[in-house]
Every structure is written in C-alpha cells, then in structure tokens.
Design a protein around this ligand. Structure first.
Ligand SMILES: Cc1cc2nc3c(=O)[nH]c(=O)nc-3n(C[C@H](O)[C@H](O)[C@H](O)COP(=O)(O)O)c2cc1C
Length: 190
C-alpha cells in the first residue's frame, strides 16, 4: 500500500487526546495541505481560526446555556456534570479550530460547491495531521449554529458559515469502526 493510501485508510476520528501540545510547524504543514484542496472557480471559500485560551473561554457562557438546555428536566448535579463535560470538550483539546465556508446568498449553487470544497480542505487538513501522527475530529455540535459564538469570535454570519469545530492532538486512543464494503458503495455501469 502506498503511504498516501495508508494515511487515508488508517485515519480515524480521534475523541481522546494526549495532553501534550501540537507544535505550530505541524499545524502550518496541515494548513498548507488544506489550502491546496480543490475548489471550483478558485473561490478558496475556507477559513481556519485557531482558538487560543481567550477565544475558547469567550464561548463558555453559551456552552453552559446549551448544556443546560440539553439536560433540561434532569437534577442539578447531573446538569452541572453536563456543563463541566461540555466546557472541558472546548478547553481541553490541544488544538481547537473553527472552520468557516464563504457564504454567497445570491448564488445557492456556488455556496453548495463552496461547502463541498471546504469539506475537501478539512479532509486535506485531517489527512496531513494524521500523516504527522496527529489525530483530529470534526464536530458540528450546537455551538456551530450559535449567534453568540459568531459574535464572541468576531465571525460575520453574513459572510461566513461555521461548518464545524476541529479538535486535534496526539491520539490517546484510536477507535475501530466498521466501514461499508466496496461492493456496497460501488457499481460499474455498462
Ligand atoms: C461533517 C461532519 C460532522 C461531524 N460531526 C461530529 C460531531 O458533531 N460529533 C462527533 O462525535 N463526530 C462528528 N463527526 C465525526 C464522525 O462521527 C466520524 O467521521 C464517523 O464516525 C466516521 O469515523 P471516522 O472519521 O473515524 O472514519 C463528524 C464528521 C463529519 C464529516
């Protein structure tokens, strides 16, 4: 198997990270891969925000509100536990990125193609990280759709759409998952 094929096939979403940091040079290598993703009309619709401590902390009130909403009807202890877990998911990953894709309200087809291109660029990033031994996970929890988060991070909801958060770090565990077989996803037509 070629190294590229092996990187693609072996990559898994990583949910638990070692505490150690990821150095900037490794991240920049991944952004180099991300910026080479294909995009129709050379729109380069993707943008990656690397969240430092301050930016992460600015989202805490909203994370707390969403966690409370999710745990509605449960006891206060359970609610507090949910809040702490949600906050930790934002504060603990060694790297936390927000990925946005450019909006073009006047052209739905362009926006759809741009979203596809941004997804390609996220995958380029994930594969480059994996090639360097670094795991990542794309996440689309409620905070990706929160006005509060756009405001807190200074992202214009008129110009960009948050398509996800990407957590990254050295893997503490690599999950095993089942994928569909080739026979299930491929059909040769005459
Ligand atoms: C667009 C997108 C959004 C995702 N959002 C989440 C999420 O919110 N939470 C989560 O646990 N995993 C999320 N994932 C990761 C998927 O659950 C994961 O890719 C899937 O289980 C397949 O595993 P693999 O990435 O190891 O092949 C997302 C993946 C993609 C592509």
């Amino acid at each position: 198997m070629s190294r590229v094929q092996d990187t693609i096939v072996s990559r898994r979403s990583i949910y638990r990270f070692e505490e150690g940091p990821v150095d900037i040079a490794s991240l920049e290598t991944a952004f180099e891969a991300a910026r080479h993703a294909p995009c129709h009309k050379q729109t380069h619709p993707w943008k990656f925000y690397v969240l430092g401590k301050e930016a992460r902390s600015s989202m805490i009130p909203e994370i707390e509100r969403l966690a409370r909403e999710k745990a509605a009807g449960r006891g206060e202890d359970e609610i507090q536990e949910g809040i702490q877990k949600a906050i930790s998911k934002i504060l603990s990953p060694p790297v936390l990125l927000v990925v946005t894709s450019a909006l073009t309200p006047e052209d739905d087809f362009r926006e759809m193609e741009d979203y596809a291109a941004t997804a390609c660029s996220v995958q380029n990033l994930a594969l480059s990280l994996w090639d360097q031994g670094i795991g990542s996970q794309w996440s689309t929890g409620g905070i990706t759709r929160s006005d509060f988060v756009y405001e807190a991070l200074g992202i214009s909801p008129m110009k960009e759409k948050i398509v996800g958060f990407v957590k990254a770090g050295y893997p503490a565990a690599i999950p095993e998952i089942e994928k569909k077989s080739i026979a299930e996803i491929r059909e040769y037509l005459p």
